[in-house]
Design a protein around this ligand. Sequence first.
Ligand code: DQA
Length: 143
Amino acid sequence: ALITILNGPNLNLLGQREPEKYGATTLADIEAACFAQAQSQGHQIEFLQSNYEGQIIDWIHAAREKSQGIVINPAAFTHTSVAILDALYTFDGPVLEVHITNVHQREEFRHHSFVSKRATGVIAGFGASGYRLAVQHMAELLD
Ligand code: DQA
């Protein structure tokens, strides 16, 4: 099956961005790890990042036609976007929400997630490995 992996704003700067919080791993490293994990379980991925809310919404709509599951790190849109939540409600398959950091340990405004209302499961605080773990679980859900 095809798993769509979506990344929100500022995640293109992983590796350079606040490395004490987000680590040295780049988004390209994460994509490679997700690709290898999915391949080892006989699944495919597409891996996308945008700094624009509307682009992420368009990609969720596109996933309705071609993907069986969505793994999403909505980044700051997690805490603000009813529109991304509503787009995810139009998608039929499992949705796994990933955060590199433990958002519950951070500022109050990061404790609430709109996306969690729709998420099948949430991974937070596992660092970049959270993506690989989410892909592993998604692949099992889709088997
Ligand atoms: C994040 C946590 C968000 O609060 C933050 O805005 C991000 C990244 C994470 O992966 O830990 O950009 O989603």
